[in-house]
Ligand binder design. Sequence first.
Ligand SMILES: C[S@@+](CC[C@H](N)C(=O)[O-])C[C@H]1O[C@@H](n2cnc3c(N)ncnc32)[C@H](O)[C@@H]1O
Length: 272
Amino acid sequence: MASPVFTRMLDAIDHGAFPRTRKWAWRGLYDMLSWFWRDDDWRFMNYGFVPDGAPFPLRPEDEPERAFIGLYQQAVEGLPVAGARVLEVGSGRGGGARYVARYCAPAVVVGLDYSPQTVQLARRLNGDTPALSFQTGDAERLPFADGAFDIVVNIESSHCYADVPAFAREVARVLKPGGWFTFADMRGKAMVAELDRQLAAPGLELAAARDLSAGAVAALDAAEARKRARIGRVWLMQRFMAEFAGAQGSMLYKGLANGQVAYVARRYRKAA
Ligand SMILES: C[S@@+](CC[C@H](N)C(=O)[O-])C[C@H]1O[C@@H](n2cnc3c(N)ncnc32)[C@H](O)[C@@H]1O
């Protein structure tokens, strides 16, 4: 049975209730997680994606994170990342920004997150990676100049925002003309059309749309044993954490598997 706290949380997310309260409640949750769970081998907080077909190349030391890296690999595949200035909004513990910095030869990668504890942790976990930095800031008011970035990445973060259209306008502002915005997140199936309206900021042209749900379920399966082991190490809130982590049998897992929840990816290009 699902944790009642988690059930209410998902319901509220889907219906957009109390957006400001929800936004700051999410921040408290991420602050708490990053303060409590400081494991050196935990750099991702997404549900993951396993693509169809041949596995993408990874160094042996990154293999344990393959399922979570999959969301970033699909996000940047084919984009002109080499030499680019990349911003990740909602960078969490920094594993995705680290992947982009280590595999795609960008000029710089900046990870931005509104949870100060999480930014502090991301700096500690990824301090060995050149051209990568992290700072605190809000997706809805990006602390950067107009046209500062070539590529903006946003992975599994937007469901926490109070005002997604404000975020999309900010992305359009900080991108240089011809720059790319690559996005992935989940929504209740009925809310996907609304998400597409919210992301369609003036100046951003939709270039590609994908449904990643099947690959997300495959990733949850691939990560199940590792998640259960991590959750099993704590005595507190195990049921909530199993729901939060999308463990098998959780509401989120079932929703993705039965089509009630969609994990979508979008790419937009800023008009040149
Ligand atoms: C599910 S985690 C995903 C983290 C990372 N993208 C990953 O895939 O591992 C969501 C992240 O978005 C951040 N976040 C939520 N709302 C935000 C906002 N308004 N501004 C910046 N970051 C935000 C959270 O603090 C959290 O670190």
